[in-house]
Design a protein around this ligand. Sequence first.
Ligand SMILES: Cc1cc2nc3c(=O)[nH]c(=O)nc-3n(C[C@H](O)[C@H](O)[C@H](O)COP(=O)(O)O)c2cc1C
Length: 159
Amino acid sequence: MKTAIIYASSHGTTEKVAKQIQLGLGGESTRLIDLKATKTVDLSLFDTLIIGGSIHAGQMQGRVKSFCKKNMADLLKKRVGLFMVGMNESQFENEFNNAFPELLRKHAFTSKCVGGEFLFEKMNFFERLIVKKVSGTSQNVSKIDDSKIAELIYEIKKE
Ligand SMILES: Cc1cc2nc3c(=O)[nH]c(=O)nc-3n(C[C@H](O)[C@H](O)[C@H](O)COP(=O)(O)O)c2cc1C
């Protein structure tokens, strides 16, 4: 079974999560595909596709959204798992529904919101201001939900 984890990451947290999933799956047969660096993906090489991105100002990266839109017909023929990285837990359901098309959400065999991080050294001036205002802190915060990642890995391996 060949698996690809296809992701976009603005400050590195989604990439960290993608690597954690890859490690959990045993590494070797799992490819990491960063949508920032890869324009087209040959989906025919994979049976299972795990797609993820992070939320900024309520929105997932456009790269992830357009990847899903563009490849919808092929994605619906594969095993697809979805994950979302974000910090605003009360909004996870809305953000997730807005991030991935309904058809794909219904088709996915697993969907997880895995928390996230605030990494101030990676933010620009405006991002720092916004996050400080919204979260009330200017210290790095990590709320990566390892149990959700473990569930995701378990479900990918299960079928
Ligand atoms: C400027 C900014 C805006 C953000 N807005 C949201 C948001 O609307 N909802 C949310 O759940 N998380 C939000 N976050 C949290 C990010 O999703 C979190 O930092 C995540 O770990 C980023 O992952 P990445 O480094 O892979 O892009 C925001 C973070 C920043 C820096």
